[in-house]
Design a protein around this ligand. Structure first.
Ligand code: F6P
Length: 538
């Protein structure tokens, strides 16, 4: 262990008996532990740290030379060595006048060419000029994708739905991801094939889930229209991918392809053509504001000192909780229903990135890495799993995410509802930290009405939820994940862990088709036999 790490271990011992209610007594605690940048405020005053631990975490950042790691990421070094490429999602949000030259090619001009092509698609669809096989304008767009090709655009479209410009009103956006066809089968009952456009979003254009849904979609169009696959693909399908050859061989027209690059990781791709559903929701202007918000966070990440750097601080406090406080569960709790899909989005971002146990040098990590993340809209979760947060045996760290202002110019009833959400957000963070100390009559209560508290949390306060503040929020989490990976010495940009399951599923699909139930372990053979028997009985 390094000197900075050892100091933190000693501090963890020193603070072992110290409760958050005591730490919250420190003078100017909120002022010294809350930080603002790019439309966000990060309040870390309910983390179990004192000023000494804060300084030791900054020393850890210095010891690990995070500044150099940040430069490597943003300048396009090979930070993903197992796939031999950089991770340049930040280049996707660089302004047109800037440049980033990698191996003699300016990536920014390519990015803006794609944005211009995306703009053409968006304008054509919004103007009612993208027409289906009977000449009627497209009014329904179905994004077919999974993982990063679904969760980012889904989360953002839901969050920014009220930013729809008038021209976007006539176009509904739907998302289909599940491999079993559940979402698609329901949707196809409602949609009119004449006015439906499918966007096949797949970085690899090889993901079975997406291709299975895409096949069902084209079969449905052919069956309902009686027209050829070729004509329907031309009028009713767009492909967004970094593998255009594969998209073309599947049948997507060359003119209907939005390309992106293999240096954009799937779970970091909403800023690329994968964001087409977002641009269809907010208009290009809104999409550009989202990019600008993320870019503002990129600049802050590159320039701010560690002591004020939001992604660095969020990462360091996570490290403190995971590696020094033994907390391995992390709840994501937005107090704004528009952020309903943020927990699922962050589950992929954090757990697919940092759910690793082998370091970049091939050695096993000696510390814990990514915790288990889960979450829900906060007020709903209060009626579901908060019981465990307040009185269970698990230590849990929580992120509360809430805008200060909402419903400006709307009814007093709605404004009051937002105040209610804010009050609950503040109340929960307070009670989780203080426990009984938030009560005036704790002593008179029976044991089952007592609260241990001491559960740490961060509050991320948005001025208001806009494309720009959402862009900053997402970029902050992306960079936090990178910083934690640097400290743990792991690669956050590959996902080899998900490959084996895909390979085994391919073998099993053959066994199911051929009605074979041999060649696997006992449990798998037994289930195959039972499933086949049940299928034959029907
Ligand atoms: O299986 C995991 C994964 O590769 C994710 O990383 C990715 O976001 C998702 O599948 C979808 O991949 P694609 O965009 O290539 O279809």
């Amino acid at each position: 262990m390094s000197p900075a790490w050892n100091k933190l271990l000693a501090s963890a011992d020193r603070l072992r008996g110290v409760h958050l209610r005591d730490l919250l007594q420190t003078k100017d605690r909120f002022e010294s532990l809350s930080f603002s940048a790019a439309h966000l405020m990060l309040d870390l005053s309910r983390q179990r740290v004192d000023s000494q631990v804060f300084n030791e975490l900054i020393a850890l950042a210095e010891e690990r030379d995070l500044r150099a790691a940040i430069k490597s990421l943003l300048n396009g070094q090979i930070v993903n060595p197992t796939e031999n490429r950089p991770a340049l999602h930040s280049a996707l949000r660089m302004p047109q006048e800037s440049s980033l030259v990698i191996e003699g090619v300016d990536l920014v001009s390519g990015v803006h060419e794609t944005l211009a092509q995306m703009e053409k698609f968006v304008e054509k669809i919004h103007a009612g000029q993208w027409r289906g096989y009977t000449g009627r304008a497209i009014s329904q767009v179905v994004n077919i994708g999974v993982g990063g090709s679904d969760l980012g655009p889904l989360m953002t479209c839901e969050a920014l739905n009220e930013f729809r410009p008038p021209e976007a009103e006539g176009v509904d956006i739907h998302f289909v991801s599940s491999m079993d066809g559940s979402q698609l089968s329901n949707l196809l009952l409602e949609l009119n094939p004449e006015t439906t456009l499918f966007v096949l979003s797949s970085k690899s254009f090889g993901t079975l889930d997406t291709l299975a849904n895409a096949s069902t979609a084209i079969d449905w169009l052919m069956e309902r229209s009686g027209l050829s696959r070729k004509q329907l693909l031309r009028q009713h399908f767009i492909g967004v991918t970094s593998a255009p050859d594969k998209a073309i061989s599947w049948g997507i027209s060359e003119h209907n392809i939005l390309r992106f690059w293999d240096w954009t990781g799937g779970r970091y791709s909403l800023w690329s053509g994968i964001g087409l559903p977002i641009a269809l929701t907010t208009g290009m202007q809104g999409f550009k504001e989202l990019l600008a918000g993320a870019h503002a966070m990129d600049r802050h990440f590159a320039e701010a000192p560690y002591e004020q750097n939001l992604p660095v601080l969020l990462a360091l406090l996570g490290i403190w909780n995971i590696n020094f406080q033994d907390i391995h569960a992390h709840a994501i709790l937005p107090y704004d229903g528009r952020l309903a899909h943020l927990p699922a989005y962050l589950e992929q971002l954090e757990m697919e990135s940092n759910g690793k146990s082998v370091k970049l040098d091939g050695e096993l990590v000696q510390t814990r890495t990514c915790p288990i993340l889960w979450g829900e809209i906060g007020p709903n979760a209060q009626h579901a799993f908060y019981q465990l947060l307040h009185q269970g045996t698990e230590r849990v760290m929580s992120d509360f995410i809430v805008p200060a202002r909402r419903y400006e110019g709307r009814s007093t009833g709605l404004i009051e509802q937002h105040q209610l959400a804010l009050a609950n957000c503040l109340a929960q963070a307070r009670v989780l930290a203080l426990g009984d100390a938030a009560l005036s009559d704790a002593e008179q209560r029976p044991a089952w009405q007592r609260y241990a508290g001491n559960q740490p949390s961060s509050v991320i306060l948005l001025e208001t939820l806009t494309p720009a503040s959402l862009g900053s929020l997402i970029a902050m989490y992306e960079h936090k994940v990178y910083i934690q990976a640097v400290i743990w010495g792991i690669n956050p940009f590959d996902q080899w862990g998900v490959e084996l399951g895909k390979k085994v599923a391919n073998d099993l699909i053959d066994s199911l088709r051929q009605q074979s139930c041999e060649g696997y372990d006992q449990a798998t053979n037994g289930l195959l036999a039972r499933i086949q028997k049940l299928q034959q009985e029907n």
